[in-house]
Design a protein around this ligand. Structure first.
Ligand code: ACO
Length: 319
């Protein structure tokens, strides 16, 4: 027995920045960013904290699932870093919700939601939980170098959550990692030890966009092919493909590989940018709340990210 998705929630950052705002600080243009990425605007945290966003997304998911926080037996939070290094973001969420259960963070960068689902699956199969809250939240803007036009225009901040309950809706899940971090990384925090040499650099996100683009395209096409083969499904059987929202051109490659209509590839990158681990759960919440998911629909989730990590899942919608 694994899980079904009992409810979804999301919370968006409070400060909207469109592409024109970047024209004022960088040699770039709305036209370049839109054509190369599909992104028109993104939201950054300004007067709210990542914890507040993660808590709001979690409350929305609990309300949507009609499940009390008292029934949650585990909180998994996928994040690059919460507002504190310690306590974890998951523990801060647990306190604010008033839940009474174990809580911990995992870091699989943009693949965090798929890694969390895989971990939750193991808990359900082991009989260790009946209800698990997965919350994915990232404060990407705090890691960006706003003088690097090839990275700072791509990301936004956000949080998405799901309540998972014991059931049989997970049809397939596969997560992978290859420790090839040189094309995408953020260095660690400064070392405070006065007795040792401090070699830490500024912790900006650094990326070789072209290499990550190639990794993303080859990984998601192969992952989707494997998922369909292993589940004996055809591309037409899938109602929606929820693909990590990094670049519209990456989604278009998946679309042409599958030869499916663009309507089956929902997007929010045009208004949110790449919200890292939160991108797929936010997208899922948008689909759910707009009534586009019906009982029995199959959705395929596919993500890639820093690590390098990747993951793919096929889930049947249950209500
Ligand atoms: N505005 C104007 N020009 C720009 C900008 C910008 N914002 N950014 C880069 N350029 C320039 C470059 O400097 C380069 O100029 P040059 O030819 O004079 O050297 C030119 O545009 C072409 O650069 P490319 O890197 O070849 O541009 P490309 O078409 O590959 O697009 C991009 C760059 C958007 C980063 C693309 O490679 C991409 O989306 N890669 C994948 C990124 C990704 O998926 N990131 C997420 C990873 S996982 C995670 O989510 C953490």
């Amino acid at each position: 027995m694994s899980f079904f998705i009992a409810g979804t929630g999301s919370a968006l950052a409070d400060f909207n920045i469109d592409n024109h705002a970047f024209e004022k600080i960088l040699e770039t243009s709305d036209e370049w960013i839109t054509t190369r990425t599909g992104i028109k605007e993104r939201k950054f945290l300004k007067s709210r904290t990542l914890t507040q966003l993660a808590v709001r997304a979690s409350q929305n998911a609990l309300e949507n699932a009609k499940i009390s926080k008292d029934k949650i037996e585990l909180i998994i939070c996928a994040t690059l870093q919460g507002d504190y290094i310690m306590p974890s973001l998951a523990c801060l969420v647990q306190k604010e919700l008033g839940a009474n259960c174990p809580a911990f963070d995992i870091n699989a960068a943009c693949t965090g939601f798929l890694y969390s689902l895989d971990l939750a699956d193991t808990y359900f199969r082991a009989g260790k939980a009946d209800n698990i809250l997965v919350v994915c939240a990232d404060h990407m803007s705090k890691f960006l170098d706003f003088s690097d036009r090839s990275t700072c225009v791509l990301f936004g901040d956000g949080a998405g959550a799901t309540v998972l309950s014991k059931g049989n809706s997970l049809k397939y899940i596969q997560i992978t990692a290859q420790g090839e971090y040189k094309d995408l990384y953020i260095e660690g925090n400064k070392n405070n030890n006065p007795f040792t040499q401090d070699t830490a650099q500024e912790n900006y996100l650094k990326m070789n966009g072209q290499n990550i683009f190639k990794f993303a395209v080859s990984t998601i096409t192969q992952d989707i092919k494997n998922a369909l083969e292993k589940t004996n499904l055809k591309s037409q059987d899938i109602k929606y493909y929820l693909i990590h929202q990094a670049n519209k051109r990456i989604l278009e490659t998946a679309q042409s590989f599958l030869n499916e209509s663009w309507d089956k590839f929902p997007t929010n990158l045009q208004s949110l940018g790449n919200t890292s681990a939160a991108s797929i759960p936010i997208l899922l919440d948008e689909l759910n709340r707009s009534g586009r998911l019906q009982k029995g629909d199959l959705i395929l989730l596919s993500a890639f990210g820093g690590g390098l990590t990747a993951g793919v899942a096929v889930i049947e919608w249950s209500y």
